[in-house]
Design a protein around this ligand. Structure first.
Ligand code: NAD
Length: 309
């Protein structure tokens, strides 16, 4: 197939590109490199440095079978600081991608929503019907869902919406001001510095390894049961931040007491996915946390050896 990925220089997009190339597909990628890195884009991808808000992207969708749309402004605290840019990228940019795909009569669009849609919900595990967005990021993702529904209603566009929980693994962006918790702990411990834990460390997160979500992405290419549906992609198990810290310290054999700082505002207490919809399509996460963390540690060590961290 000819597959176009937006946000290809980011974490999930670049990992999917590698998998699709391995499976023999042609991959075209778009990214404006606002957050992602050109080095993340694997050789073999036809790469275009473009902004998803620009109409110049329309010709790139000609002859494409499936679009994976990942490009987004996606750090909740950054989005809280700039709701206008959040809406501009995540809503206007996404609708521009939908429009480009519709004009080119692309067969299917698979796009990223988020577990943040459940921010205001306290039912665990959380099923797909429990949307309760609160932050600007979550609201922007909810808006894209309504646009997808409208494109389907008016033009018959075929969509699959994916609600990722905390995806982790190699290439996860560790350069952010507040990096994802696993990368932050690994880097600090490898540097023999005390990691920071915000709040009590008892917030629980459902982590899912990037290869496991790629298994579901591949399924979306051909399994028509994924059409017109939304799926939670998590592991169905959650761990506290303190538990993650202990597991990483044990794996590294480096134990340094963490520094405790005040809680970060706007972060949910608990996430836990009800993954029965995806399991109903014979999907299940294969990677246990220890194995996944071992791969993440190996990636950060390689980055350190290259002098990038
Ligand atoms: N990683 C997770 O745990 C997670 C969880 C829930 C949802 N998601 C969603 O999955 C998608 C992919 O997430 P990720 O972790 O790979 O994010 P990422 O930040 O690593 O990648 C996003 C990419 O989009 C690009 N981008 C941003 N604005 C753009 C624009 N205007 N035009 C073109 N490119 C632009 C960035 O440069 C970056 O390379 C996002 O939509 C995100 O909201 C991710």
């Amino acid at each position: 197939m000819r597959i176009l990925i937006t946000g290809i220089a980011g974490f999930i997009g670049s990992n999917l590109a590698i998998r699709l190339l391995q499976e023999g597909h042609d991959v075209i990628g778009i990214d404006n490199l606002a957050y992602g890195l050109r080095d993340n884009v694997p050789p073999g991808v036809v790469f275009h440095q473009q902004d998803i808000r620009n109409k110049d992207i329309y010709p790139l969708f000609g002859g494409i079978d499936v679009v994976f749309h990942f490009a987004a402004k996606n750090c909740i605290s950054d989005c809280q600081c700039d709701p206008v840019e959040t809406a501009d990228i995540n809503v206007r940019g996404t609708v521009n991608v939908f429009e480009a795909a519709k004009r080119a009569v692309v067969k299917k669009i698979v796009y990223a929503e988020s577990s943040a849609l459940y921010e205001g919900c306290c039912q665990y595990p959380t099923a797909e019907c429990n949307e309760s967005p609160e932050s600007f990021y979550a609201v922007s993702k909810m808006a894209t869902k309504y646009f997808a529904d409208s494109y389907h209603r008016h033009f018959g566009t075929i969509f699959t919406a994916l609600r990722y929980f905390c995806v982790y693994g190699p290439v996860q962006d560790y350069r952010r001001t507040i990096p994802p918790v696993m990368s932050a702990f690994i880097i600090k411990l490898l540097k023999r510095e005390p990691p920071v834990i915000y709040g009590t460390g008892e917030k629980r997160r459902d982590f899912v390894y990037v290869d496991d979500i790629n298994d579901f992405h591949i399924r979306c290419l051909t399994d028509e049961r994924t059409n017109h549906r939304v799926f939670n992609l998590g592991s169905g198990i959650n761990y506290s931040v303190n538990e993650i810290y202990s597991m990483i310290a044990d794996l590294l054999g480096i134990h340094i007491p963490p520094v405790r700082k005040p809680d970060l505002p706007g972060e949910a207490e608990t996430t836990l996915a009800d993954i029965s919809a995806a399991q109903g399509l014979e999907w299940a996460p294969q990677t246990d946390l220890r194995t996944g963390l071992t791969h993440s540690i190996a990636y950060i060590k390689r980055e350190m050896e290259k002098g990038k961290v």
